[in-house]
Every structure is written in structure tokens, then in C-alpha cells.
Design a protein around this ligand. Structure first.
Ligand SMILES: [Ca+2]
Ligand SMILES: [Ca+2]
Ligand SMILES: [Ca+2]
Length: 316
């Protein structure tokens, strides 16, 4: 009897315990926001540099839509250690059962060269860290340098066969691209040359990193027949040390008798055939031949044929 009494007592106690637990969990089960910490597997960190500024992209993948980030935290820095302490919440009530990635970008600002660690925290606890290296060889210098450059020169006769030719008394366009590779806004002159003769000069103002394309029109009227090296020169700006890139040499272009399309020194039937072959074409067309555009107006038409006819049989 005594044994049985103990058993009943235990059963009653067990029932009471279960029911009290049940009622307790029932009463506690309210729909509310509770602090939440993701696991490191849920967090993806990616370091990148842009415009001399360091950034960390973070993506947290939540298992449902029932999460909220009230604060991503401020980036804090102590030497080579950086961190941000976030505040993340989980909704205990009903929510959409969809995997929900949430992304953010931390701006770390300007960092000196070195090896760094960034740690993402939630509610003061480390969740995930990423190590990264900032290598600024030359980059620091760039920001402190004055450096302009000519990065490309091309003419409207580029691609002419067997060499680019421009008819005397007519024009070719010389297209010059200049760039500010330094850290200061610069205003400077750019001069295009045929050999040592200036074709034209233009002033340009460029912000750091900016580039601009300038077009010079080379009128060959005052130029003798023969080969010319086309180049462009950006004037050295105050404080500039890298001056080699201020000059860009495009190549050789030949000033010829109007109509000497192939530049062999005589205007003959072979030149006429080349004009005929490009007749009706303009820049960009399949049969476009820049040399056949004798008057340099961007199309090969009757005006070019007339020009050629006017000099037919001439030799240099
Ligand atoms: Ca330069
Ligand atoms: Ca010829
Ligand atoms: Ca033409």
C-alpha cells in the first residue's frame, strides 16, 4: 500500500508538472520581438575597395521573414581591428516562411596599408570576422600627385592602306584623349603636332580621374608632301613629375597630292579604282576607305572623284 501511495503521488506530481509547464509556455507565448544572433554560417562578409575607400558588404540569410535589424552598428576602429555591433530582432509570432537575405555595406573609410580584421557583432557577441589587406603602393602617392596624360591619339585617316594619307589643301581630324591621373583638378593646354608643326592647341580642365576627348582639325595647306608623325602633348602642370605620359605618338600619316589615295607619289587609275571601290561610303561602312575621302568630309562621293580627276597624272 505504501508503495502504491508513492506511485500515485509521483503520477500526480508528474501531471501537475506537465500541466504547469504547459500553462507556463502558453502564457509565455506572446507575439513579440526578441533579440537575435545569427550563426556565422548565416553571415557572409566581403571586402572591397572603391575610390580609395574600404568597404565591407554583409549579407545575413534569415530562415524566415520574421527578422528585423534595428541597427547595423557604427564601424569602430582600434588600430587594425574594426568591428560593428548590430541589433537584430526575431519576431516570435507568425511570419512568412521564406528564406530572407538582408544586405548592408559598411564604409570603413580611408585605411592605411596593412592587414586588418573586421568583425561583425550582434548584441555585443562576435558573429563572424574577415581578414583583409589594404595595399596602397602608389595609391597614396596618386592622391598627392599632379599628373596629366595623353592616353590616346588617332586620326580620321587611321587604317588607310598601305599608309594613312591626307591630301594636301584638305583636312584630317586628329582625336586626342587626355586624362587627369593625379589628385588635383588641372587646367592645361594640349597641342597636336605633325612632326614639329603645331596643328592646334586647346585648353582643357579635368577633375581627378576624369578624361576628355579633343578633336583637332589638321589643315594640310601649309604642309609639304611627305611623311608626318602625328602626336599630342599635354603641357606639364605645376608639380608634375611623370611627364613621359604627357606625349603620345600616334604614327605616320603622309601628305599626298589630292587623289593619291595609296600614297605612291602619283595620281593614276589605281587611285581612281580605290575611290570607286569606296564610293558612297562613310565612316563606319564596310567599304569605307579613309584615304579615298580626299576632301576629308567623312564621305566618299563625287566631290572626291572630281578632286582626283583634277590632279590625275600628277606626280611628286
Ligand atoms: Ca603626366
Ligand atoms: Ca597613287
Ligand atoms: Ca569626301
Amino acid at each position: 500500500m505504501r508503495k502504491k501511495g508513492v506511485l500515485v503521488f509521483l503520477i500526480v506530481m508528474a501531471i501537475l508538472l506537465v500541466s504547469s509547464n504547459f500553462s507556463e509556455s502558453q502564457s509565455d507565448y506572446v507575439e513579440t520581438w526578441v533579440p537575435y544572433r545569427p550563426s556565422s554560417e548565416q553571415v557572409d562578409l566581403e571586402f572591397w575597395m572603391g575610390n580609395q575607400t574600404a568597404y565591407i558588404n554583409i549579407t545575413i540569410t534569415f530562415p524566415t521573414a520574421g527578422y528585423d535589424i534595428s541597427s547595423w552598428g557604427e564601424v569602430t576602429k582600434d588600430g587594425y581591428i574594426l568591428w560593428a555591433n548590430s541589433e537584430i530582432w526575431h519576431w516570435t509570432g507568425m511570419c512568412a516562411q521564406v528564406i530572407t537575405p538582408v544586405s548592408h555595406t559598411y564604409e570603413l573609410g580611408y585605411l592605411e596599408s596593412g592587414n586588418y580584421t573586421f568583425t561583425f557583432k550582434a548584441w555585443g557577441i562576435d558573429i563572424k570576422s574577415i581578414d583583409f589587406t589594404v595595399a596602397r603602393a602608389g595609391v597614396i602617392d596618386l592622391a598627392e600627385q599632379h599628373d596629366v596624360a595623353v592616353i590616346d591619339v588617332t586620326t580620321s585617316k587611321a587604317g588607310g592602306v598601305p599608309m594613312p594619307t591626307v591630301s594636301k589643301w584638305h583636312i584630317a581630324n586628329v582625336t586626342v584623349t587626355v586624362e587627369n591621373q593625379g589628385g588635383f583638378a588641372e587646367t592645361f593646354n594640349v597641342t597636336a603636332f605633325a612632326n614639329s608643326s603645331a596643328i592646334g592647341e586647346q585648353q582643357v580642365t579635368l577633375n581627378p580621374g576624369e578624361n576628355k576627348t579633343l578633336t583637332f582639325i589638321w589643315d594640310t595647306t601649309g604642309f609639304s608632301y611627305g611623311n608626318y608623325t602625328v602626336k599630342a602633348v599635354a603641357d606639364t602642370v605645376p608639380g608634375e613629375t611623370d611627364t613621359i605620359d604627357n606625349t603620345y605618338i600616334d604614327g605616320v600619316i603622309k601628305v599626298v597630292i589630292p587623289g593619291d589615295v595609296d600614297g605612291n607619289g602619283r595620281v593614276n587609275i589605281l587611285d581612281a579604282i580605290k575611290v570607286a571601290g569606296a564610293f558612297g561610303s562613310k565612316q563606319g561602312d564596310g567599304n569605307w576607305n579613309p584615304n579615298a575621302d580626299i576632301n576629308g568630309d567623312g564621305v566618299v562621293n563625287i566631290l572626291d572623284a572630281i578632286n582626283l580627276a583634277g590632279h590625275f597624272g600628277e606626280t611628286v
